[in-house]
Ligand binder design. Structure first.
Ligand SMILES: [Zn+2]
Length: 307
């Protein structure tokens, strides 16, 4: 089957009828390989420790307000970031700069930690800037970087979900879309502590399940109230309510999961969220140099769009 055909056929799928069989009926839609996602993370002691002293992740423009569309695609709710060349992540062992394309949600979580499944999991999906676009990047090894954040259920609501939940009420039906009215920045959907995370190489967790994803799943979690989580379950697929939308965990095979614990600068832990104007100040640091690359990449994309 050719690539285009493979991806086209991947639109017509659904989650299985039982919660434990989320990928029932996906045979022939998914890449068959040994690097599938999600996986169960072994406990920290058993995970391979970060021995390379990896630098912290560096986030670019993650705290800036971005214009965001919200779509119910029948499988999940997706926030499409309308300024894809503005928001990015690098460092943290990623080996390249990645631009944010979209954010979506799973309930319950897809990854598990020593068998523990969380209430939800947020996926922030990026493509490798060197590959030009998401469509090209999903076909190349480490072309896609997904940041995953678990959500735990708490008694008190989390205001960062308000704008998404408000948008969802206008996009209940499969295929419906709206524009988020409230201000939204991608950093809202990162946990507070971004220093510690699991890292492994895997796949997209939905058809066509291409094995081109470098995964980063944070140790720290977001939280949401039961009512907020239930609001997601009110979304509709073509067949009925979207009760759950997670794929079961896949065998690790001979892959390593690395536990990466980075050291944020004590005085300015916020430095991992760089802003473009920092580049004008003196000799550039490594992350400022990355901002320069980011800016040049943006200019290239803008020029390409204009020509
Ligand atoms: Zn996902």
């Amino acid at each position: 089957m050719g690539d285009a055909e493979f991806i086209a056929s991947a639109g017509d799928w659904r989650y299985g009828s039982n919660e434990e069989d989320g990928d029932e009926g996906w045979d022939g839609l998914c890449e068959v390989g040994k690097k599938q996602s999600p996986v169960d993370f072994p406990e920290t002691e058993e995970a391979k420790k970060n021995e390379d002293e990896v630098e912290p992740l560096a986030f670019f423009h993650y705290k800036e307000a971005v214009s965001t569309n919200l779509t119910n695609n029948g499988h999940t709710v997706v926030l499409n970031i309308n300024q894809p060349c503005d928001v990015g992540v690098a460092s943290g062992g990623l080996r390249s700069l990645y631009f944010l394309d979209q954010i979506h949600f799973h309930w319950n979580s897809e990854h598990t930690v020593n068998g523990k499944r969380y209430a939800m999991e947020v996926h922030l999906v990026h493509h490798n800037v060197e590959l030009g676009s998401f469509d090209k990047a999903i076909k190349k090894s480490r072309g896609v970087a997904v940041l995953g954040a678990f959500v735990t259920e708490t008694t008190h609501p989390n205001p960062v979900f308000n704008s998404v939940i408000e948008g969802m009420s206008e996009a209940r039906d499969a295929g419906a879309a709206t524009v988020l009215k409230s201000t939204f920045s991608a950093a809202d959907l990162l946990p507070k502590n971004v220093a510690n995370f699991y890292r492994y190489e895997g796949s997209l967790t939905t058809p066509p399940c291409l094995e081109t994803v470098v995964w980063t799943v944070f140790d720290d979690t977001l939280h949401a109230s039961r009512e907020q989580i239930e609001a997601f379950r009110e979304l509709q697929t073509k067949e009925g309510p979207m009760k759950f939308n997670y794929r079961p965990t896949q065998p690790l095979n001979d892959r390593d999961v690395t536990w990466i614990s980075t050291i944020l600068p004590e005085e300015e832990p916020e430095h991992v969220f760089a802003e473009q104007n920092e580049i004008s100040a003196g000799r550039p640091t490594k992350s400022q140099a990355t901002v320069l690359i980011l800016s040049l990449a943006c200019i290239r994309i803008i020029l390409r769009t204009l020509s």
